[in-house]
Design a protein around this ligand. Structure first.
Ligand code: ADP
Length: 395
């Protein structure tokens, strides 16, 4: 087990900065997911930890060693990739033990480690199978077992579940969490899937355009996103964003006004433009909003499409001119649209005009200029600190 640190790591290619002044401090035994859209620098960050790429600037530490210039094999890391490269002509035992045999471990030790690893990933009884006799999930478990037998200080996993079907992916997530619990080894895990990151990590590192946006436990990223990027990336469906202007007593947007307690929003002065963020579950039908302790005034909307998901229903709401929107427009790009989620027992229908309220204790305000969070919750709750002052976003 080991701590992993990146200190001011930058990786430049000819015409692109893949990783831009990245500082990461991953604790010994932590499970950290690097998450972000395609091309944001996740794999490059991982490769600098693995030693497959040398940073242009900065240093990488594993444990208390500066490993920046060490070869991958000398770093105490084991990698699992998306493409499960097993030797097709070798059975499971030989695939798992390949690295140990190269390193000239004795037969007894090899057997002990392979059996222990097979036990952990539940491949007992399959050690004589050939790769083409196994399912995708089983093959991925062989790849993980091959990493386990090396007894690494750190596991580096780059989208290891990406090629599996949806059901198996969910199952393997649980298996990886169990593996982490059993071994306690530090895991750095790359994924573009925010749901995967939310469910598995101790902390999520959200990247965009080579820069670290926020590193925090999943629920902190969800409830207190550092900026607009994190707010929009974490959570599905995404947070709604509405531009507005701070006025006396509230925030004025094109279609509705939101009362805000100025004491709760020290960062927003009258006349400032701000972006209001509200998650679909924090919009409520006014007629059912008894439980909302800090509702906004009622906002009249027309319901558009309803999307039943089983455990919830997504309701597209049209405001103001949105009611005359053409079908070509992307509803989430328009300021005249909001997405609400309601429980399946709702009596709401498509095309109905209804009043909704926002839960002011759960809406977010972002600086319209730089996207950084100003505050989470715009009510000055009695007996509590005003809002939740956001942590500084990395520039
Ligand atoms: P992610 O894993 O988040 O999809 P990557 O780390 O693979 O992102 O890539 C980050 C950026 O660096 C991308 O713009 C990518 O095109 C670029 N990049 C990655 N590897 C190379 C390379 N070997 N040469 C040039 N550009 C690269």
């Amino acid at each position: 087990m080991a701590r992993v640190q990146l200190e001011h790591v930058t990786k430049r290619y000819e015409d692109v900065i893949a990783v831009d002044d990245m500082n990461l401090d991953i604790e010994d035994g932590e499970f950290v997911c690097l998450v972000g859209p395609s091309g944001c620098g996740k794999s490059t960050t991982m490769e600098t930890i693995a030693g497959l790429t040398r940073p242009s600037d900065g240093n990488v530490y594993i444990g208390d060693r500066d490993v920046t210039n060490l070869a991958p094999k000398d770093r105490g890391v084991a990698m699992v990739f998306q493409n499960i490269a097993l030797f097709p002509h070798m059975d499971v035992f030989d695939n798992v033990s390949f690295g140990l045999r190269l390193r000239k471990y004795d037969d007894e030790e090899i057997e002990r480690r392979v059996e222990q690893a097979a036990d952990i990933v539940q491949l007992e009884g399959m050690l004589e199978r050939m790769p083409d006799e196994m399912s995708g999930g089983q093959r991925q478990r062989v790849a993980i077992a091959r990493a386990i037998v090396r007894n690494p200080d750190v596991f580096l996993m780059d989208e290891p579940l990406a090629n599996l079907d949806a059901k198996l992916r969910v199952h393997m997530r649980t298996e990886l969490q169990r593996l982490h619990r059993e071994l306690g080894t530090t895991i750095v895990y790359v994924t573009h899937d925010q749901a995967e990151a939310m469910t598995m990590s101790d902390r999520i590192a959200v990247l965009n355009a080579g820069k670290l946006q926020q590193i925090d436990p999943p629920l902190v990223c969800y409830n207190e996103p550092a900026n607009l990027f994190v707010a929009g990336f974490i959570g599905s469906p995404s947070m709604n964003f509405v531009q507005g202007e701070v006025v006396d007593g509230g925030l004025e947007t094109k279609n509705f006004d939101v009362e805000l307690d100025h004491a709760a929003v020290p960062g927003a002065g009258t006349g400032d433009t701000a972006t209001l963020g509200v998650r679909p579950e924090d919009i409520h039908l006014a007629r059912k909003a008894d439980a909302v302790t800090h509702p906004t005034s009622r906002i009249e909307v027309t319901t558009d499409v309803l999307e039943p998901m089983g455990d919830e229903i997504f309701v597209y709401l049209m405001l103001g001119e949105g009611a005359e929107r053409t079908m070509e427009e992307d509803p989430m790009e328009s300021p005249d649209q909001l997405l609400m989620s309601v429980t399946p027992d709702t009596d709401i229908r498509e095309g109905e005009t209804v009043d909704v309220v926002l839960d002011r204790s759960n809406v977010h305000l972002f600086d319209a200029a730089n996207g950084n969070a100003l505050v989470h919750g715009i009510v000055d709750l009695p007996g509590s600190e005003p809002g939740t002052t956001p942590t500084e976003a990395e520039d």
